[in-house]
Design a binder for this molecule. Structure first.
Ligand SMILES: C[S@@+](CC[C@H](N)C(=O)[O-])C[C@H]1O[C@@H](n2cnc3c(N)ncnc32)[C@H](O)[C@@H]1O
Length: 437
C-alpha cells in the first residue's frame, strides 16, 4: 500500500528489490566476507588508530562487541567513496562480480548476510530509489515516514491482532511504522511486548534491562549460595543439569527419560546413553564423548526416546507408546498453585539425572571455570530436594505478594502445568522473585 505504482511495473519491481537489498547490487553488498583489520585501521582517524589498533591488528583485550562497535563508528564517519573503498577490500568468497551476478538468486544468497543484518541500500541505491519515488530518504524509517505522509498524511500504522511471537509488529516498528499487536495467548503477548519494548527499546533500554538482569542474577546467586544448593561437598558449583521428564508406560519395567535427541553437547560431541540398574526402575545415564559420525547420527535422532509423538524404548526401538495414549482419555491432571514437582502417581515424572560441576580457579589473576566430568545422580534421587524445599517454602509468600500470579498456562502434551509459576525451575523462581522486587 505504501509503494505507489507507476506506469513502469518493471522499474517499480527493481526499486522495490533495491529497497530490500535484494537486487544485484544489494546482494553483492550482502555477500559475506570480512574486511581485513588493516583496512579498518587505514580508514580510521588517527586518534582511533592509536586508541584501538596496533601495527598488527586490534589492541588486545577488546571484546568482539567492542570491535564491531569500533568498525561501525569508522563506517559511520566515511562518505560513500570511503565506504566503497573499504568494502572493495572485503574478502568475498566469490570475488568476481560477473561470476556472482551470473549465479541464480537461490545460490547467491547462501553466500549472503540477511538483509536485516546489513546497513541497508548504498548511497547510490538511495539516489535511484528517491528519484523513482520522489522522496529524499537515506534510511528505511525515513522512506516509510515520507511515503506514509504522501499516502495517508501520517506515519503508517501496522496492527497484527494474531501476532504470535510478534515478528510482524517488531519488523514494522523496525522500519519506522507505529506498530500494534495482540494475541489470545499470554505467552505470545509477553514475547511481543518484550520484542517491541526491550529489543526495540533502543540501546538505553537494553542496557538498563541488562543491568537489572545482572543485579537480579547476582542476588539469586547469593541466595543459592546461602542456601547451599547447587554446591557439592568439594565446594564445586553446578553449572549444567540433565533434568528430564520421564514416563513408565504400561508393560515397561523402567522409567524412560524423554528427549527427541540425546546429543547433549554438539560442539563438545557429548551424548547421553542409558543403562539399566539392577533392582531399580530408574535408568542410569552414561555421558560420553563420541566421534563426529556418531554426533551426526545422534543429531538425526539415533537413540531418541520421543519421535513423532511416540515414546521409544531406549533398549528396543521397535517398542513404542503414543504420548496421546499415555496421557489417557481424561488427559493429565492439571497442576495446582501448590505443585512444584509432579506428585507420585502422575503419569509424567521429572528427575535430575546428572550434574556437571565446575570449579573456579585463578589463572593469571583471573577467575577461570574448570568443568569436571559430568556426575550421574544416584538413581533414587528424583529431584533437587533441598532446592525444591527452599523454593516451596518461598512459594506461598511470593504468591501472596503477586509474584507468581495464578494465570492459566497453555496446555502442552507432556506438561500438565496450569500456572505460569510452574514454568520455572527453582533457580528461575528465585530469579523471577528477585527480578520482581
Ligand atoms: C500463526 S500464529 C501468528 C503468527 C504471527 N503472525 C507471526 O508472524 O509470527 C496465530 C496466532 O493467533 C492467535 N490466536 C488464535 N485465535 C485468536 C483469537 N481469537 N484472538 C487473538 N489471537 C488468536 C494464536 O494464539 C497464535 O499465536
Amino acid at each position: 500500500m505504501l509503494m505507489p505504482a507507476s506506469d513502469d511495473p518493471k522499474r517499480d519491481r527493481e526499486i522495490f528489490l533495491k529497497i530490500l537489498t535484494m537486487d544485484d547490487d544489494g546482494a553483492w553488498q550482502r555477500q559475506k566476507g570480512d574486511i581485513p583489520v588493516a583496512a579498518w585501521r587505514e580508514a580510521a582517524p588517527s586518534a582511533m588508530q592509536e586508541e584501538y589498533f596496533t601495527a598488527r591488528g586490534f589492541q588486545r583485550g577488546l571484546t568482539n562487541e567492542e570491535k564491531e562497535d569500533i568498525c561501525a563508528r569508522i563506517w559511520g564517519r566515511l562518505d560513500s567513496a570511503g565506504r566503497k573503498m573499504l568494502d572493495d577490500q572485503r574478502r568475498r568468497l566469490i570475488p568476481d562480480r560477473a561470476e556472482f551476478d551470473a549465479m541464480p538468486y537461490a545460490e547467491r544468497i547462501r553466500e549472503c548476510d540477511r538483509p536485516e543484518n546489513v546497513t541497508g541500500p548504498t548511497v547510490e541505491a538511495w539516489q535511484e530509489i528517491n528519484d523513482h519515488l520522489g522522496t529524499t530518504a537515506s534510511s528505511l524509517p525515513e522512506l516509510v515516514e515520507q511515503l506514509g505522509q504522501k499516502t495517508f498524511g501520517r506515519t503508517p500504522r501496522v496492527g497484527d491482532s494474531f501476532c504470535g511471537g510478534g515478528s510482524i509488529p517488531f519488523e514494522a516498528a523496525r522500519i519506522g511504522c507505529n506498530a500494534f499487536g495482540s494475541d489470545l495467548n499470554p505467552v505470545a503477548s509477553l514475547l511481543t511486548w518484550a520484542s517491541l519494548n526491550l529489543l526495540g527499546g533502543g540501546k538505553d533500554v537494553q542496557e538498563e534491562v541488562m543491568r537489572v538482569q545482572s543485579a537480579a542474577l547476582a542476588e539469586a546467586d547469593r541466595q543459592v549460595t546461602d542456601w547451599g544448593i547447587e554446591h557439592n561437598a568439594q565446594g564445586e558449583r553446578a553449572d549444567a543439569f540433565l533434568y528430564c521428564v520421564e514416563v513408565k508406560p504400561e508393560g515397561c519395567d523402567y522409567f524412560i527419560p524423554l528427549a527427541p535427541s540425546w546429543l547433549v553437547g554438539e560442539k563438545s560431541k557429548v551424548v547421553c546413553r542409558w543403562q539399566c540398574v539392577d533392582g531399580s526402575d530408574q535408568l542410569q545415564p552414561e555421558i560420553s564423548v563420541v566421534s563426529a559420525a556418531e554426533v551426526k547420527a545422534y543429531k538425526a535422532g539415533k537413540e531418541a526416546t520421543v519421535v513423532n509423538s511416540r515414546v521409544i524404548d531406549p533398549f528396543n526401538p521397535n517398542r513404542s507408546w503414543s504420548v496421546e495414549a499415555l496421557r489417557g482419555p481424561e488427559g493429565l491432571r492439571r497442576w495446582t498453585n501448590d505443585d512444584v514437582v509432579p506428585r507420585p502417581g502422575d503419569v509424567f515424572q521429572e528427575r535430575l539425572y546428572c550434574i556437571r560441576w565446575v570449579k573456579t580457579v585463578m589463572r593469571n589473576g583471573k577467575p577461570k571455570k574448570l568443568a569436571a566430568t559430568p556426575h550421574p545422580m544416584p538413581p533414587i534421587l528424583r529431584a533437587k530436594p533441598r532446592c525444591w524445599h527452599c523454593c516451596a517454602n518461598a512459594f506461598p509468600t511470593g504468591s501472596a505478594r503477586g509474584l507468581f500470579r495464578p494465570r492459566q498456562f497453555p496446555r502442552v502434551a507432556t506438561r500438565p502445568r496450569s500456572r505460569f509459576a510452574h514454568a520455572d525451575g527453582p533457580t528461575g523462581i528465585i530469579c523471577s522473585h528477585h527480578g520482581s522486587c
